[in-house]
Design a protein around this ligand. Structure first.
Ligand SMILES: NC(=O)c1ccc[n+]([C@@H]2O[C@H](COP(=O)([O-])OP(=O)(O)OC[C@H]3O[C@@H](n4cnc5c(N)ncnc54)[C@H](O)[C@@H]3O)[C@@H](O)[C@H]2O)c1
Length: 338
């Protein structure tokens, strides 16, 4: 049995706690830590049978019975806590983004590499049944040489302007998942990005220095081209679609609704809206990524998403911000070698 400690009892910490408790074999959550543990989070953890509920994450790091740590705390703490946990002999699952500093991510990579401990990064969308299937088709060669990749990713409603200001901005907070998805679908890294962005959803997001409507074009190392569009508000719900176009064909997915029922009347045909947001749309993918992490910790293979993905996604987010600020295409080498 893999004993797990979760650091951070907010939204995503609770998602992982629930999926391990109900849906992941060979693993149990022994402890959860959060300095601002809410009464609701504490009650939830007790309900899930967690034995140790603490405000101090070091209790988890120092517990010899704990094999693996999930770092689900605020973004600015991910790198330091991951390093501490690895040095204490734990395997680590770290939520995205690993850090906003390239240097810090490289340090996490170095420490993990020297330790031989498993380190998985939380790019759960790779485990989505739709996107994963498109990727398998692309990787199988059935679509021929990959030439174009299109990703649409739109949230149902915008965050508060205060959140936008403190989140690091749309490229690192939101589009980071799409950068990782683009490289996953293409099967290679990106060479250059060109970003456009504006605030059409909420002008206060623009006043806070961020964008809420964005397009980024990508040139992949294998010569293929890609485009990602993001909006912080889609009136019809969470819009998550990908498409890979190659020399032999195309694979594209559609949104998941709550049902497949369509109602036909004289006015037209109506079907369900896309599922509301990430907790509904991607819940199964959170379970799959955790199953694979536990399998890797048990020695049944490598982690499916390593630190390279953690690094390159942040590099792309930084390149996109630079491109937006300087109104020009930005080479990835400008960020990686800065
Ligand atoms: N993979 C995904 O789709 C996904 C989805 C949501 C969030 N995330 C990432 O997960 C992280 C957390 O996001 P969230 O939405 O759960 O935020 P949240 O604010 O709901 O929860 C974060 C929690 O971390 C706690 N925390 C802060 N410092 C801590 C420390 N030193 N030790 C223990 N706990 C600490 C906070 O008190 C808070 O309760 C973010 O980095 C976010 O980017 C990933």
């Amino acid at each position: 049995m893999v004993n797990i400690g979760i650091i951070g009892a907010g939204r995503i910490g609770k998602v992982h706690l629930k999926s391990i408790t109900y849906n992941v074999k060979n693993a149990t959550v022994k402890a959860i830590a959060d300095p601002f543990m809410s009464a609701e989070a504490e009650a939830f953890a007790k309900d899930m049978g967690v034995k140790v509920i603490t405000k101090d994450y070091k209790e988890i790091i120092n517990d010899p019975e704990i094999d693996a740590v999930l770092v689900c705390s605020s973004t600015d703490t991910h790198a330091a806590i991951s390093i501490e946990a690895i040095k204490a002999g734990k395997h680590v699952f770290c939520e995205k983004p690993v850090h906003t500093s390239i240097e810090k991510i490289k340090e996490v990579a170095r420490v993990a590499g020297e330790s031989g401990k498993k380190l998985q990064i939380g790019f759960n969308r790779r485990f989505d049944h739709n996107h994963g299937h498109v990727q398998q088709l692309a990787a199988s060669g059935k679509l021929g040489n990959i030439e174009l990749i299109k990703i649409t990713s739109r949230d149902p409603e915008p965050p508060s302007p205060e959140y936008a200001a403190s989140s690091g901005g749309l490229y690192i907070d939101m589009m980071i998942h799409d950068f990782d998805m683009a490289m996953f679908l293409a099967g290679c890294d990106v060479e250059e990005v060109y970003a456009m962005g504006t605030s059409l959803v909420d002008k206060r997001i623009g006043e806070a220095g961020d964008v809420d409507t964005a397009i980024v074009t990508l040139t992949f190392k294998n010569g293929a081209l890609g485009v990602i569009d993001n909006s912080r508000r889609a009136a019809y719900g969470y819009d998550q679609r990908v498409e890979v176009f190659g020399s032999l064909g195309m694979a594209a997915d559609e949104n998941d609704g709550d049902s497949t029922v369509r109602v036909f009347t004289a006015d037209g045909v109506v079907s369900d809206k896309p599922q509301f947001f990430f907790l509904e749309r991607y819940m199964a993918s959170f379970t799959s990524e955790m199953r694979q992490f536990v399998a890797a910790v048990r020695g049944e293979g490598e982690v499916p998403v390593g630190i390279h993905a953690g690094l390159m996604s942040v590099v792309l987010a930084k390149a996109a911000k630079k491109s937006l600020d300087e109104h020009r295409p930005v080479k990835i080498s400008e960020i990686l070698e800065a």
